[in-house]
Design a protein around this ligand. Structure first.
Ligand code: SME
Length: 179
């Protein structure tokens, strides 16, 4: 019998390189044989929240009709639509780059969905022809995410993006490429 059952290993603490390897292996296991976007984002958000310590929110915003619209996530109910260039999510998307924000209260334009959030990391999901949206992780403590987290999450996002079939109504091809 084929199973995607997750092991009982303890919650990992990113920042230690092997932990991200484990996390990405688990993601690859979930993606094996399944390419549906909704299924994969739902399970990916659950995996992030389950395995990464000290998160209060983990999930996705997807481009739909020119806005970043809330997708699958784990955490408290969140803002549903983020305009172009708005907040940490819109800024990371517009710049085509991951953003690590150590103190969200110091980020001009930060959108506070959960008052508990103190730090944040946002990773764009990119295809060659369009940007799908962003992956967003929030933590209730300042400075939760470091460069190792960013690097590990970028690989996670890449595997997820490549391992999924994206419907035509999701994505934005108009965001100018990085100079
Ligand atoms: N803080 C984000 C909004 C999304 S919530 O954190 C889930 C932002 O500033 O874009």
């Amino acid at each position: 019998m084929e199973t995607n059952a997750l092991s009982n290993q303890q919650t990992i603490f990113p920042g230690r390189a092997p932990s991200y390897d484990d996390l990405i292996q688990e993601l690859d296991g979930l993606l094996r044989g399944e390419r549906d976007w909704l299924v994969n984002l739902a399970n990916a958000s659950a995996l992030l929240k389950l395995r990464i310590a000290e998160l209060n929110w983990a999930g996705f915003y997807l481009w739909r009709d020119g806005q970043l619209v809330l997708g699958p996530f784990q955490g408290k109910p969140a803002c549903v639509r983020i305009g172009r260039g708005r907040g940490v999510c819109g800024t990371a998307a517009a710049r085509h780059t991951s953003l690590v924000v150590a103190d969200v209260h110091q980020f001009a334009g930060h959108i506070a969905c959960d008052a508990a959030s103190a730090s944040e990391v946002v990773i764009p999901l990119e295809l060659p022809d369009r940007q799908i949206g962003v992956m967003d992780l929030d933590a209730p403590i300042p400075g939760r995410f470091n460069d190792a987290d960013r690097a590990g999450l970028e690989v996670f996002a890449q595997h997820l993006t490549i391992g999924t079939d994206w419907p035509v109504f999701i994505g934005d091809a108009t965001i100018p490429p990085q100079p």
